[in-house]
Design a protein around this ligand. Structure first.
Ligand code: C5P
Length: 224
């Protein structure tokens, strides 16, 4: 029986990846790694320092002098940028609206991916993002590609934002999600795409618990 496997969960914005990945990680006593939070933290710093987001070299150099750390806490995973807790700030509309422009640079991603691989090297991780199964952990024992309709994903983001105290409109969210899908899927560097060996999970009509149970079932099969 295998222990401490690597579980890769990819998919577009709002598919339920992070909520479901957290439940799966908790159930297995694994570490949850939210790679989107790392790109968001870098975007926050780039915006604060007025870095040209389209300039690959500037964005890459910025990452070289940045420390991004994810730390578990009772309030969930916290994100630290150069030692400062930015867990809330990285979810702002401004960061969300700009993160895909930062995340598209190949030279920056190379460094980010190395860091992510180190975090996962001992296994026992559930890592979510866009390129985990294809680029970060190509040998992960279990790969899931999770999606849902744009309308359902926008509805979930709306509820999520409401809980976080962020105002939003469903129509705007739909547009924002569709644009982010397009940028993430059409970029040259590690685009959002289903790995050939990933299992497709449509969460449109599934509750959070049902989706988590589906994954836990697959985990037991892989571990057997
Ligand atoms: O998952 P989340 O919506 O927080 O991700 C924010 C953005 O970070 C994505 O839209 C994408 O541009 C980028 N990202 C990425 N690769 C990952 C995770 C996120 O390019 N592995």
């Amino acid at each position: 029986m295998k222990k401490n496997i690597q579980i890769a969960i990819d998919g577009p914005a709002g598919a339920g990846k992070s909520t479901i990945a957290k439940i799966v990680a908790e159930k297995l006593s694994y570490t949850y790694i939210d790679t989107g939070a790392m790109y968001r933290a870098l975007t926050l710093k780039a915006l604060k320092e007025h870095i040209d987001l389209e300039n690959a070299e500037s964005v890459t150099n910025l990452l070289k002098e940045t420390i991004i750390a994810l730390k578990p806490s009772e309030r969930g995973q916290l994100v630290f940028l150069d030692g400062q807790d930015v867990s809330k700030e990285i979810r702002s509309n401004e960061v969300t609206g700009n993160v895909s422009r930062v995340a598209c640079h190949a030279s920056m991603r190379k460094i980010m991916v190395e860091h992510q691989r180190e975090m996962a090297e001992h296994g026992g991780v559930v890592m979510d993002g866009r390129d985990i199964g294809t680029a970060v952990l190509p040998n992960a024992e279990l790969k899931i590609y999770m999606s849902a309709t744009v309308a359902e994903r926008a509805r979930r983001r709306f509820e999520d934002n409401k809980q976080r105290g962020i105002e939003s409109s469903i129509e705007k969210l739909k547009e924002e999600i569709a644009l982010r899908d397009k940028l993430d899927s059409e970029r040259e560097a590690s685009p959002l795409v289903q790995a050939p060996d990933a299992i497709y999970l449509d969460t449109t009509d599934l509750s959070i618990q049902q989706a988590a149970d589906e994954i836990l079932k697959l985990v037991s099969e892989r571990m057997a």
